[in-house]
Ligand binder design. Structure first.
Ligand SMILES: Nc1ncnc2c1ncn2[C@@H]1O[C@H](COP(=O)(O)OP(=O)(O)OP(=O)(O)O)[C@@H](O)[C@H]1O
Ligand SMILES: [Mg+2]
Length: 241
């Protein structure tokens, strides 16, 4: 595994200083993730799940330790290099959706695409295709305030997939979704990992999601409590929560 790991966390610590108190958000975390792997990071609130995604995605720097992606130590990158790394490699689906309130659903997706696609017509077609994938093509002209929480989340998912990033980092994607809609978005990500070798790291506190993963990494108090390999991941249609 170590040889062909796409993402490697080596002795990663993340501390936050809060006055006199140091919060250890991550403690000596070591983890290798292979290309095309679908990982579920499971753990209770405060266990370090979002912090792990943030250091993998270059949104946050570890206090110590190394994060390698495709062999490159991204902790050594300056801010400009990190921005470039994120733009080219990472699709984020945040725990809180971060849609741009003044743009419609369609425009939010187009905005992400516009970073690489300059042809206006293609841009609109591709945005529609992506919204269709998450079942929202009929909501393209709605502003975020005119969408339900679950619909906003699906727009955020379409946006994250826009540029076909090799790595998708996904924070509680099913938090606001009913089972049927949730299965649909999980299926999109599962298919990307199988068919396009997209590497997916999906964070949840919901253990019902875990059987669909290739590997389940359980976090506790900022460290890895255990890792389970699913030799035959369960079909998404069999999940329920
Ligand atoms: N900016 C920050 N400043 C100080 N402490 C922080 C900060 N961000 C996170 N923490 C602390 O680090 C720990 C891990 O936080 P993290 O957000 O990674 O948890 P989580 O597993 O994603 O939880 P949740 O399921 O509630 O989203 C928590 O104890 C949290 O209070
Ligand atoms: Mg979190």
């Amino acid at each position: 595994m170590t040889q062909d790991a796409l993402i490697q966390l080596q002795h990663v610590n993340k501390d936050y200083q809060m006055g006199d108190v140091t919060v250890h958000a991550l403690r000596d975390m070591n983890l290798d993730i292979a290309t095309g792997e679908f990982i579920v990071l499971l753990g209770p609130s405060g266990s370090g799940k979002t912090t792990t995604l943030n250091v993998i995605g270059g949104l946050d720097r570890p206090s110590s330790g190394v994060v390698r992606v495709a062999g490159a130590d991204i902790t050594a990158y300056n801010n400009k290099q990190l921005t470039q790394y994120r733009r080219q490699n990472v699709g984020f689906i945040f725990q809180f959706f971060n849609l741009i309130p003044t743009l419609t659903a369609g425009e939010n997706v187009e905005f992400a695409l516009a970073l690489v696609q300059k042809d206006g017509r293609r841009l609109r077609d591709r945005a529609r295709e992506l919204l269709d994938m998450v079942g929202l093509v009929d909501r393209a002209d709605h502003f975020p305030s005119q969408l339900s929480g679950g619909e906003q989340q699906r727009v955020a998912i379409a946006r994250a997939l826009a540029n076909q990033p090799p790595v998708i980092l996904c924070d509680e994607p099913t938090g606001n979704l009913d089972v049927e809609t949730g299965q649909r978005v999980l299926q999109v990500m599962r298919d990307l990992s199988r068919e396009h070798s997209t590497t997916v790291v999906l964070v949840t506190h919901n253990s019902a999601i875990a059987p669909m993963a290739d590997r389940v990494v359980r976090l506790h108090s900022g460290g890895i409590a255990d890792i389970t390999l699913n030799e035959t991941p369960a079909p998404v249609s069999e999940l329920s929560w």
